[in-house]
Design a protein around this ligand. Sequence first.
Ligand code: NAI
Ligand code: A1CAB
Length: 268
Amino acid sequence: MNKILGFIGNGNMGRAMMGGIIKAGLFKPENIIVSDINEKSLKEVKEEHGVKTTVDNKDVAKEADIIILSVKPNLYPLIISGIKDSVKEDVIIITIAAGKCIEDTEKQFGRDIKVVRVMPNTPALVGEGMSALCPSKSVAEEELKLIVDMFESFGEAEIVDEYLMDAVTSVSGSSPAYVYIFIEAMADAAVLDGLPRDKAYKMAAQAVLGSAKMVLETGMHPGALKDMVSSPGGTTIEAVATLEEKGFRDAVISAMKACTKKSKEMSK
Ligand SMILES: NC(=O)C1=CN([C@@H]2O[C@H](COP(=O)(O)OP(=O)(O)OC[C@H]3O[C@@H](n4cnc5c(N)ncnc54)[C@H](O)[C@@H]3O)[C@@H](O)[C@H]2O)C=CC1
Ligand SMILES: O=C(O)[C@@H]1CCC=N1
C-alpha cells in the first residue's frame, strides 16, 4: 500500500499495532511515520523497524493519510488541537482511546472529519489481536474496508455499533490483563507443586492458548468443552468445584462490569 500511515504516540498499544502491521507487510516501514515526546522510544522503534520518527506531531499530521492516535485518552484534546490545522483534507483519523466517542473527536477537529473508533488489544504484536471498529458517517465503504484490512493484518476485526464499545473494552481491550493474571496464578500454583518457573509459565500459557483455539475452532459451547475435561469423580471437577466455591465466575463478571462502567464514565 502506498498510503502513509502515521502514529501519534509510540507506547504499548502503538508499538503493538505497528509491530503487527509491519510483520504482516501491509505497510512498508518507509511509509510509516511515528511521533512521540519520548525520544528514547523513537530511537528504539527506528532501530527495530526502520520507520520514520519525529518529536513533532505536526510532521505526522502533514504526511499521513491515516493517523492512529495512540496516546492516553486525557491527551486527546491537546493532541488534536495541535494537529487539526495541519492534517490532510481527506485524512482518516483512528482513535483507540477507551471512552473516546466519535462525536467528541469530530467536535475537537471542528469539521466533518473521517473517524474510525477502534478498540484493539496488545496481542496485536504477535498477530493475534482482537479489534472492534466503528466508523463515522463520512467514512466511505472502501475506506472502511482498508481500515478493516489493516486491523485484520494483525488479528481479528469486527465492526460494531458505537454503543457497544464500552462492553468491547471489557471483553477484548482490557481482558488480556485478566488472562495474564490467570496464567501467573496458575504458574504460581504449579511452582508451589514443584514445577520449575519457566516450565510452569509455558504449560499454563499453552493450556490457555489451546483452550481458546478449541472454543474458536470447534465452535463447541465452552461448558461442553469443560465437561469433556471433567471426569466423574476425577481431578478436574475438584478444581471446578473449588473455583465455583471461591466465586470465580462472579469475580470475572464483577470485574468486567467495573471495566465497562469505567469506560462509560470516561466517555462523559
Ligand atoms: N494498552 C492497551 O492494552 C490498550 C490501550 N488502548 C488505548 O491506547 C491508548 C494508548 O495507551 P498505551 O499505549 O497503553 O499508553 P502508553 O502510555 O504506553 O503510550 C502513550 C504514548 O504517548 C506518548 N505521548 C505522551 N504525550 C505525547 C504527546 N504530546 N505527543 C506524542 N506522544 C505523546 C507517550 O510518551 C507514550 O509513548 C490509550 O488511549 C488507551 O486507552 C486501547 C486498547 C488497548
Ligand atoms: O486500561 C485502559 O484504559 C486501556 C483500554 C483498554 C486496555 N487498556
